[in-house]
Design a protein around this ligand. Sequence first.
Ligand SMILES: [Zn+2]
Length: 380
Amino acid sequence: MQKVIRINQERLKNIFLDLVKIDSPSKEEGKISAFIREWFKKEIPETIILEDNSNVETGSEVGNLIIKIPGNRDARPIFFNAHMDTVEPGRGVKPIYQDGIFKSDGTTILGADDKAAIAILMETAKTLKEKGIPHIPFEIILTTCEEIGLLGAKYLDASLIDSKEGLALDSEDITQVINRAPSAIRFHVRINGVSAHAGLNPEKGISAIKIAASAISNAPQGRIDDETTCNIGLIRGGVATNIVPELVQVDGEVRSHNEKRLKEVQDEIISCFYKEVDAFKPEKGALYPFATVEVEDDYPLMHVPEENEFLKRILHIGDKIGRKLVLVRTGGGSDANILNKKGLTTLILGIGMQQVHTTEEFIRLSDMVATCELIGELLK
Ligand SMILES: [Zn+2]
């Protein structure tokens, strides 16, 4: 078995504690971005740090950071991706480190998602430099606004990136590499009925709620097949108990690992609404009721094929250091979906964070160390 790089666990621990103490909810990544820049300038002065102009579109305080660490071995660079923002409640995090585990005090999230990844990358870069270990050049792409619709990644200026392939460090299990993630759309249906006084002349009204209820009960929902899920998650409508409701808004999503199936299920759901609206028309061709439907792309499909050379290289590195990595697919979207769409081959690596997006979030230092070792090996 290959000897892995020996990282400084105490320093890794302190970098991580420093990072989680900096508030960085989505759009407020200014402070953490400045901290990371300063750190690299001081610890690895040869680093080149770029920032794109994505903040114009995302509304964040800052753009995405692209940190380039020159190599001393001649090879194509690879990149690592993580996001700087966290979900709420994520302000004033008071981290607790006990028995090898980091957690919050229970009133906030911890922010291991995704600051553990940032700490892992900082510590690995520092170890390589400090020990003079020859390594290939690499880039660290730190995005903003991942948690509010992958906005930083969507507006990332990919022309600033030299690498063609890399790893997103943004998942839980350290034995897993994710090569497939679904595509997703969101739909918004608005049903216009006719309002009327419910007691005086209900027959003049057409209830948008009744139409919506009928359509929703016929629409496919839940796990549709092995590759596809859908959900109607929001419904709003009506004004008062004595008014036949004129307006209902229904919002939902469809996800699939198969673009064709996604489109089919999307069409099936939407046709349920059109069908019900027609069924409720007082006569054929009447204007009311009617439905308007809007569909927005949420994120594109991600599928790095198993024969991809970079994917094979990652699995091989795992074998080499005695850590069996398994390929899995996920049901959620992340920056990696967007990066792949932009032509950057991206796999997602688990880093050990657990119970993310809850106040019970935690991570083991040993899992962070293990990730540093894997990355260090990949860079050697
Ligand atoms: Zn994340």
